[in-house]
Design a protein. Sequence first.
Length: 231
Amino acid sequence: MKNFKSVSIATLIIYVILLNFVRAEKSMLDNKPYFTLRIDTKGASYEAKINGIAVLRDVRDASMLNTEVPVNQYMKSGNNVISLNLFPEYEGGFKSANISLSLYVNRDEAPESEKKLISNIVFTGVEHTKGTGIESSMPAMRLDSTDQMKKSTNGDVVVHMASIAPAKIMPDAITISQKIELETPFPRWGYLDADALDFPENYKDYLNNKDKYKKTSSILFIKNIKKYMTY
């Protein structure tokens, strides 16, 4: 009887291990996931970022745009933050701004029709005058990467509620962000831990150091690396 129990327990353990292995192999995040960021915008001046790195930007024309770009190089295991800096019009604030920022994942070389939405920030300027303007964004939920990213209470992909706050980058600008927790097979990209080469997060920092920023920018623009290294 003892031998029978031992065999039964051993069989159960092996079954659980194999089941988890099979499920893991089916995960959309294993092997070669393909992440893309899509933006659909009209009448908005914006800067779209992943993990603090600018991916898409239009801070002058506020033109209509619908485009999707690959973003594997910006993704990492753990917490990922998708964000939008929105800049107001000179007189109308955000009234005419309509923008949707979506993060998708698909299996490498799979048809586009099989991609799955894992984050979505939606901002409506008209609604912003009455509330936050982000009420139509993807709500907080868990998604199961082993089951076509369907909503699941035990899902391994955690989508947090989108949030909105005053931006540090410029007076009257706003920042909308959404955090996603997931695992990727990618190495941690070195520049995620490097010094930021971006517009300062705080606009006052830019005003206080405007000459230095302009000088550095001009050196980088003419690609005079030797001069930059001695600057």
